[in-house]
Design a protein around this ligand. Structure first.
Ligand code: 5GP
Length: 204
């Protein structure tokens, strides 16, 4: 039986540190996986690399991707579009590679509809004060954007109910370890390995 990779969806409220935790997982190679690079119409932040952090595209190119059904899901967030290219993701899963997505909560909900067997991990802030601090410290957003992100974050925290795991991002390294442990456990969960063993027993 062909083994499919796991679809690992890392999501959570705005400012919780999804991007930082994702970068730490990538930098540490915390477990074997490929990162699903999203398409966005926002400008690159300093240090971000096209094709690695995001595919930075024009609004026109993004609209074309929607029209051509190239995206598994997409969302508008604080005035910019973000979307997940479907073809590379599907290919990697079919090749048995685990794929990590780091996306907002609306996107994650849409991914769940199409990939119900994915592993949905919700990153939580230790508390709201810490969340506001993180959003403010980033320093790249205006006061109005910060307020908008905080309002959105409060609503988003309640969306945890639809996830498989809640990981507190108190400290990045600890969050990464918790996520690694989840991936290890998912690989040996009976619901994922049962079919392989049933086939093995049948062949004998
Ligand atoms: P940022 O601009 O800070 O990189 O990302 C803003 C938000 O967009 C974050 O919550 C991030 O998780 C989300 N995001 C990044 N890529 C995607 C995507 O492909 N789809 C969706 N729905 N959200 C995304």
């Amino acid at each position: 039986m062909e083994e499919q990779g796991l679809l690992l969806v890392l999501s959570g409220p705005s400012g919780v540190g999804k991007g930082t935790v994702k970068s730490a997982i990538v930098a540490k190679k915390a477990f074997p996986f490929e990162y699903s690079v999203s398409m966005t119409t926002r400008q690159p932040r300093p240090g971000e690399v096209d094709g690695k952090d995001y595919y930075f595209v024009s609004e026109e190119r993004f609209q074309k991707a929607i029209a051509n059904h190239e995206l598994l899901e997409y969302n508008e967030y604080v005035g910019h579009h973000y979307g997940t290219p479907l073809a590379p993701l599907r290919k990697m899963l079919q090749d048995g590679i685990d794929v990590l997505l780091e996306i907002d909560v609306n996107g994650a909900r849409r991914v769940r509809e199409q990939f119900p067997d994915g592993v949905f991990i919700f990153l939580t802030p230790p508390d709201l004060q810490t969340l506001k601090q993180r959003i403010t410290n980033r320093g790249t957003d205006s006061a109005a954007v910060i307020d908008k992100r905080m309002r959105q974050a409060r609503n988003e925290i309640l969306m945890m109910a639809d996830y498989d795991y809640a990981v507190v991002n108190d400290e990045v390294d600890r969050a990464v370890t918790r996520i690694s442990d989840i991936v290890t456990a998912e690989h040996v969960s009976v619901k994922r390995v049962l079919a392989t063993y049933q086939a093995m027993v049948k062949e004998d």
